[in-house]
Design a protein around this ligand. Structure first.
Ligand code: CP
Ligand code: NVA
Length: 308
């Protein structure tokens, strides 16, 4: 386990191992205060962030190391002055671990190919594995288990968080139903691969354009922004129209189990992918979910740096 690029590359045991460590790190942060002493994390950002930036930078501080924020637009990689290959080779000579939030998934694959240090995908247009590790930690805390639960995802199916959720759930035997309009279904290759994972782990993967079918009897209801960072502003009106039938509101939530939890990776827009009454209501766990980014990513860095 050298990199974290996509959860499809990790075994169920590896995912569960990081979750177990994340729980330990959360319970006893003091025990890991020097675990990454003298280590440096490079954080490359091509897109905005609140949670990812804070959780990685604070996580590294809490583990005794140092983190450098590096804005992609100020790097020689921007504008083609220096290749990704040369850049990551140089980074590998000085840093101990690198995370990158990029547009193109191919770019993080290229970084991982030429890096001699661990590379973490901190979101690309195609996936957001760090988010899903924190989500799984949150589900485990709230429900006491993972395997056999049902997660319903409503909204944009052709989406990084959706793809990573499909991978994480089907690896661990969590039933997952994605309710999305026909035009925005998850990528075919992700659905195909996750169907195989679902068979292996003994769970069901359903992709449907019927929001009520998707959410029926769910233990976890999940949604994400209709306007991801990479979506152009001029698509907003059409997307609002397309996704409105999938908005998570009180009426739709009634179809989930009465004790279902509501999740959103954040940032969230009230009145769009969910209503205020849902995200601010008693079933919402979105801030526990956000906090767990810190604990889960500390576990990822400890694992990839071989510090545990
Ligand atoms: N959920 C998440 O990754 O948030 P940020 O975009 O604020 O990092
Ligand atoms: N799908 C969202 C996730 C944000 C954390 C985006 O890419 O903007």
């Amino acid at each position: 386990m050298k990199h974290l690029i996509s959860l499809k590359d990790w075994s169920a045991e590896e995912i569960l191992g990081v979750l177990a460590l994340a729980a330990k790190v959360k319970a006893r942060p003091d025990k890991y205060r020097k675990a990454l002493r003298q280590k440096t994390l490079l954080m490359i950002f091509e897109k905005p962030s609140l949670r990812t930036r804070l959780s990685f930078e604070i996580g590294m501080t809490q583990l005794g190391g140092h983190a450098i924020y590096y804005d992609m637009s100020t790097s020689p990689m921007s504008g083609g002055k220096e290749t990704i290959e040369d850049s990551i080779k140089v980074m590998s000579r000085m840093c101990d671990i690198v995370m990158a939030r990029l547009f193109r998934h191919e770019d993080i694959l290229e970084m991982a190919e030429y890096a001699t240090i661990p590379v973490i995908n901190a979101l690309t247009d195609e996936g957001h594995p760090c988010q899903i590790l924190a989500d799984l930690q949150t589900i485990q805390e709230k429900k006491g288990t993972l395997k056999g639960l049902k997660l319903a995802y409503l909204g944009d199916g052709f989406n990084n968080v959706t793809h990573s959720l499909m991978q994480g759930c089907t690896k661990l035997g969590i039933h997952i139903s994605v309710g999305s309009p026909e035009e925005q279904m998850p990528a075919v290759e992700v659905t195909e691969l996750c169907s195989q994972f679902a068979q292996e782990s003994g769970c069901e993967l359903v992709v449907t354009d019927d929001p009520v079918e998707a959410i029926k009897d769910a233990d976890i209801v999940y949604t994400d922004s209709w306007m991801s960072y990479h979506i152009p502003k001029d698509e907003e009106a059409a997307r609002v129209k397309l996704f409105t039938p999938y908005q998570v509101n009180a009426a739709l939530m009634k179809n989930a189990k009465p004790d279902a939890i509501f999740m959103n990776c954040l940032p969230a827009l009230r009145g769009a992918e969910q209503t205020a009454e849902v995200i601010d209501g008693p079933q919402s766990v979105v801030f526990d979910e956000a906090e767990n980014r810190l604990h889960a990513q500390k576990a990822v860095m400890l694992t990839l740096c071989g510090a545990v």
